[in-house]
Design a protein around this ligand. Structure first.
Ligand code: K1U
Ligand code: ZN
Length: 174
């Protein structure tokens, strides 16, 4: 297993549109393991392959308190089941230390493939509905700061650049 570097806003690679996974190979299984290790270490509750510079339709997630309910979504598609939207304070491992409210549909249908190549369809609400929409945005090259005002986005960019510079300084000292 390996910790993978996470791309940070405004890295243009985060704007890449992910391609469908054609076959679940040993390489894909290794990437899934590495993405879980990276997500748990960060720590985060979700991670899209885009964030680790792998441009395929793959998402890992674990919303459980004890971090013992890993979920893998391959080639996911989401359909809103309601027009009703609710704001939720989101964070993002690619936009460290920035949190802001984003309004998204509260109920969605998720269709995806699991690691056993089975096609699954579930209805989601709450944090699962929010997180899957946030991660799907990553696969489509979109970030939660794109929903904010240009001023907030610019401030987020400056703060993230500062955080990244600081992290690099600490890494050099080690
Ligand atoms: O996509 C990502 O960068 C992961 C992101 C997922 C997410 C969080 C909140 C709303 C929508 C999507 C994160 O995991 S940010 C970190 C976070 O939320 C968290 C970290 C530790 C404990 C609990 C939550
Ligand atoms: Zn994110």
């Amino acid at each position: 297993m390996a910790l993978l570097p996470i791309l940070s806003f405004p890295d243009q690679r985060l704007r890449t549109i992910a391609k469908p996974v054609e076959k679940i190979t040993a390489q894909i299984r290794q990437l899934v393991d590495d993405m879980f290790e990276t997500m748990y270490d960060a720590p985060g509750i979700g991670l899209a392959a885009t964030q680790v510079d792998q441009h395929i339709q793959l998402i890992v997630m674990d919303l459980s308190e004890n971090k013992d309910q890993p979920m893998v979504f391959i080639n996911p598609k989401i359909t809103p089941l309601t027009q009703e939207k609710e704001p939720y304070e989101e964070g993002c491992l690619s936009v460290p230390q920035i949190y802001d409210k984003v309004s998204r549909p509260t109920h969605v249908k998720i269709q995806y493939m699991n690691l056993e190549s089975e096609i699954i369809e579930v209805e989601a609400e709450g944090l699962l509905a929010i997180c899957i929409q946030h991660e799907m945005d990553h696969l489509n090259g979109k970030l939660f700061v794109d929903y904010l005002s240009p001023l907030k986005r610019q401030r987020a960019r400056e703060k993230v650049e500062k955080v990244v510079r600081q992290r690099e300084k600490v890494a050099v000292k080690r």
